[in-house]
Write a protein that binds this ligand. Structure first.
Ligand code: FPP
Length: 234
């Protein structure tokens, strides 16, 4: 492929419907989605993507049943304690975006642990959005900016759309390609600031079935995009 996006973000939707269609519990869909995510990380690294952001749990997902919330929290711990270290080896650095409150201590510890273990890896960044909301991120950034202005750590004239990134949960490049699986065509409060010029790719496939061939299709779509960033055609 000639044109590889630097930052790819994925809304991994459809785990529940994947499970329902097979007469399984929703949790089975998440378990299968976790396997797909493992593969996605390896594939993204292989094709040279520098940043992969994934939506694993939104602030609004706390509205789900306690059973499902607990399952996803425990899956995160299992995933980061056992699986991801192997997947990341020496190449992928794991960072998190989202609010700490009201996450359990064992979840926060698992997050801290994998961040620490992978902090010197440089080939690719995996940005795990967990207990994440895009509007919440902008509000939290605004509060930090207010603090820095009051404490004279930031001058009003130095704040612009580029420097605003320093105040987000992670200071990452803007999203080039945003993929959403699972039939819906919406952003669902995901990385609203960083997606400002992202190419949007919606695919009907439920996330557990999103394999390398599906990812290639998304990358081919990106390659075909004429990105003008507000400029006029020649
Ligand atoms: C959306 O599908 C998916 C989620 C809310 C969770 C995504 C989680 C994974 C892909 C597994 C990896 C997770 C961790 C914590 C490492 P949905 O449940 O909304 O599906 P539906 O729209 O079909 O109901």
């Amino acid at each position: 492929m000639n044109k590889i996006p630097t930052h790819v973000a994925v809304i991994m939707d459809g785990n529940g419907r994947w499970a329902k269609e097979r007469g399984l519990k929703r949790s089975e869909g998440h378990r299968e989605g976790a396997k797909t995510l493992e593969n996605l990380i390896l594939y993204a690294k292989k094709v040279g993507i520098k940043v992969l952001s994934v939506y694993t749990f939104s602030t609004d997902n706390f509205k789900r049943s306690q059973e499902e919330v607990d399952f996803l929290m425990n899956l995160l711990i299992l995933y980061f304690n056992e699986k991801l270290e192997k997947v990341c080896k020496e190449e992928v650095r794991v960072v998190f975006s989202g609010r700490k409150e009201p996450l359990r201590k064992d979840v926060l510890d698992a997050m801290q642990n994998i961040m620490e273990k992978t902090k010197n890896n440089t080939k690719c960044i995996l940005n795990v959005c967990f207990n994440y909301g895009g509007q919440e991120e902008i509000v939290d950034a605004s509060l930090k900016i207010h603090e820095d202005l009051v404490e004279h750590k930031l001058k009003k004239e130095d704040l612009n759309r580029e420097t605003f990134y320093h105040y987000l949960y992670q200071d990452l490049p803007p999203i080039d390609l945003l993929i959403r699986t699972g039939k819906e065509h919406r952003l669902s409060n995901f990385m609203l600031y960083q997606a400002f010029y992202a190419e949007l790719y919606f695919v009907d496939t439920y996330f557990p079935d999103f394999d390398d061939a599906c990812f290639d299709e998304a990358l081919r779509y990106y390659e075909s995009c004429n990105r003008r960033f507000g400029n006029a055609e020649d």
